[in-house]
Design a binder for this molecule. Structure first.
Ligand code: ATP
Ligand code: MG
Length: 638
């Protein structure tokens, strides 16, 4: 099925997996001991399906584990190397982080925030965001971060759902050189919400703002705040945060995460996956508004006392070299990004990354979508110079942290481009058919998790019933992530896209990811999205949207023929799209995921309605342009 790459970091710990396989509960019990607890737990796991409580009776604090524990040896060490989109930069040490967090904890207290209250954070990628998150964690308030690209309506829904007492925002945020007026958006979003007592405003862009009676400036409050604030001793299952999913498949769900289990999961996976060292400079490009940012920008690196880069703006601003420029400037050693970003970088050509010194890199990672093997190989050669392992990490907002990934910090395993290899230790994942039976190797089916794991969500906020139906009703006592997958004869897992997006053509089931990867493997193609539309004869036919690389001037008729030829040889004639549309952009969520259900709606000539009200945080104008373009090309081809 694929080429393999024997590249690792020389680690070979077989012990860990053996322990995990023999007893996952006592295995995770051992892992939890890597954290600092105020008091030990009485029971490792209380499993009352589908509700799991990890480390019952133990008390812990996330901000204490991220900051206080690092003060003895790392108070002068850089925690965050912050790079503003406009070229500003700040270095914040572990000592400074703790002081800021203690002060902001006192600010929250002075505004009446108590343990168990919710606080909404609607901030750009600036250091005040992790500071505010850790301050919430310190006093036991539950943070709910909202991605700063969301509209007033989306914020209103989320604030109403979580009933936040305080909102922390900024005057504005930079995005592609323009100022997004965040404070104005908040004003509109919370109109008439009496339960919102205060709005705290960080001055980032210094644009003019109107101060209302609830409004306070971050700087004024911080100036008056005391630097003394001990961390609350919180129950292990105390709710650390609510985070709404990115909504690729429907309305976002309010995922609720706890503390002790979640932190244990992050501590372990960060060590195993990235083999983190004191000297590393870690760069995860995810926005903190998504779960990758929560887990692997904020909590995991800080738990390890690591130094990390945090970047404020768009990855291609002011030009396509920005990421490579940052990696070179800070001598980054680990780079963790998304397939969608990689496809964009690849589209711009190799000359740009080749003109930077990326020799400090030793490990690369991806998350968010299946990575097309072609893109994997490019990442491996052009960015990693054939010396960095690539970890393809599969997980979800709901899982809290990685569940499938190569783990170079633990073991060396041959890599296959496009496969996340195996589950992490202590998690039993398999592929099953419609009835829940394990399928034969190389047979497509549904991914399921057969046991609880420490990072798993506590429930959906205020909706236990929905939690049960969405994740635990398809198969008895199995967590159902909703992803389509295959296990090969070596036991490697291949993620094939969303189960809902599976293409059913003349009795065959084809994963969207397989077909898209095949199209992307054509030399001139940068990106592709496929979806199925109903057909009287075949049940469903496939349509494909294709974005070409920069500078391609071959006639589309010729390309179409070549792409079809490729699909026929690599997958089979059955997967041939009825129509291929060439577009310059695909509709995506702001977390970079293709909105296939919208493409489908267009293909079906369904009314899309007002895209600005979509719940998905998509870059509205980009989506609109893509829609118009697709609709135009559909009209032209009819
Ligand atoms: P919603 O659940 O509201 O539709 P979402 O699923 O897009 O939103 P996330 O939790 O951010 O929100 O995304 C998790 C999904 O991303 C997974 O279920 C999977 O489909 C996809 N995914 C993440 N990482 C990988 C990966 N390494 N390989 C393949 N797919 C991945
Ligand atoms: Mg999901």
């Amino acid at each position: 099925m694929s080429d393999t790459y024997n590249i690792g970091l020389g680690n070979n710990d077989t012990d860990t997996r053996q322990k995990a396989d023999s007893d996952f509960v006592s295995f995770w019990d051992d892992q939890a001991k890597n954290l600092s607890w105020f008091s030990p737990w009485e029971k490792t796991l209380d499993w009352n399906p589908p509700f799991a409580r990890w480390f019952v009776g133990g008390t812990i604090n996330a901000s204490y584990n991220a900051l206080d524990v690092n003060q003895d040896t790392k108070s002068q060490k850089a925690a965050i190397l912050w790079e503003g989109e406009n070229g500003d930069s700040r270095i914040i040490t572990y000592g400074e982080m703790l002081t800021h967090v203690k002060k902001f904890s006192n600010v929250l207290k002075s505004l009446g925030v108590e343990k168990g209250d919710r606080v909404t954070l609607y901030l750009p990628m600036i250091p005040e965001l992790p500071i505010a998150m850790l301050a919430c964690a310190r006093i036991g308030a539950t943070h709910t971060v909202i991605f700063s690209g969301f509209s007033a309506t989306s914020i209103r829904d989320r604030v109403d759902d979580s009933k936040s007492k305080v909102i922390v925002t900024a005057d504005g945020g930079y995005r592609r050189g323009k100022i997004v007026k965040l404070k104005e958006v908040v004003d509109e979003a919370i109109e008439g919400f009496d339960f919102v007592k205060n709005v705290v405003i960080v001055e980032r862009t210094k644009n003019e703002i109107i101060m209302n009676s609830k409004d306070k400036l971050w700087i004024d409050l911080m100036n008056d705040a005391s630097e003394n604030c001990p961390a609350e001793k919180l129950d292990s299952v105390h709710p650390l945060y609510i985070l709404y999913t990115s909504g690729t498949t429907g309305k976002p769900k309010g995922v609720l995460h706890g503390t002790g289990g979640y932190l244990t999961h992050l501590y372990s996976t960060f060590k195993w996956a990235f083999d983190i060292k004191d000297t590393d400079v870690f760069f995860c490009t995810a926005d903190i508004g998504w779960v990758t940012g929560h887990s692997y920008v904020v909590y995991a690196p800080l738990l390890h006392g690591a130094t990390e880069i945090m970047y404020e703006g768009a990855p291609d601003f002011p030009d396509a070299s920005r990421m490579w420029d940052i990696l070179e400037k800070y001598k980054a050693t680990i780079f963790y990004t998304t397939p969608t970003a990689l496809r964009m970088f690849m589209k711009f050509g190799d000359d740009i990354p080749n003109s930077f010194d990326l020799s400090t890199l030793r490990l690369l990672g991806t998350v968010g979508e299946p990575i097309n093997p072609e893109v994997w190989r490019w990442y491996y050669k052009t960015i990693g110079k054939e010396k960095c392992p690539i970890i393809d990490t599969w997980w979800q907002t709901e899982t809290g942290g990685m569940l499938i990934s190569p783990l170079p910090g633990l073991e060396t395993i041959p890599l296959k481009p496009g496969s996340g290899t195996r589950p992490i230790p202590g998690v039993n994942i398999t592929v099953v058919d419609e009835y829940g039976n394990d399928v034969e190797p190389n047979t497509k089916g549904y991914l399921v998790v057969k046991n609880p794991w420490p990072g798993m969500l506590l429930t959906l906020w205020d909706d236990d019933e929905k939690y049960k139906t969405v994740y635990w009703s398809k198969y008895e006592n199995c967590y159902y992530p909703g992803d389509y997958a295959l296990k090969d004869t070596d036991g490697y897992l291949w993620l094939l896209g969303r189960a809902d997006d599976v293409l059913k053509v003349a009795g065959h089931r084809i994963g969207t990811a397989e077909l898209e990867s095949c199209i992307v493997s054509h030399d001139d193609v940068a990106e592709s999205a496929v979806c199925g539309i109903p057909d009287e004869l075949k049940g469903e036919v496939i349509i494909a949207f294709v974005v070409l690389k920069e500078g391609v001037d071959t006639e589309t008729k010729v390309l179409e023929k070549e792409i079809v030829e490729k699909i026929r040889t690599d997958i089979g004639a059955i997967a041939t799209p009825k129509q291929i549309y060439f577009v310059s952009k695909l509709p995506k969520t702001r977390s970079g995921k293709i909105m296939r259900r919208l493409l489908k709606a267009i293909g079906n000539n369904e009314k899309i309605g007002d895209v600005s009200t979509l719940e998905d945080g998509a870059a509205v104008t980009e989506v609109q342009t893509a829609f118009d373009e697709i609709q135009k090309s559909i009209k032209e081809s009819n």
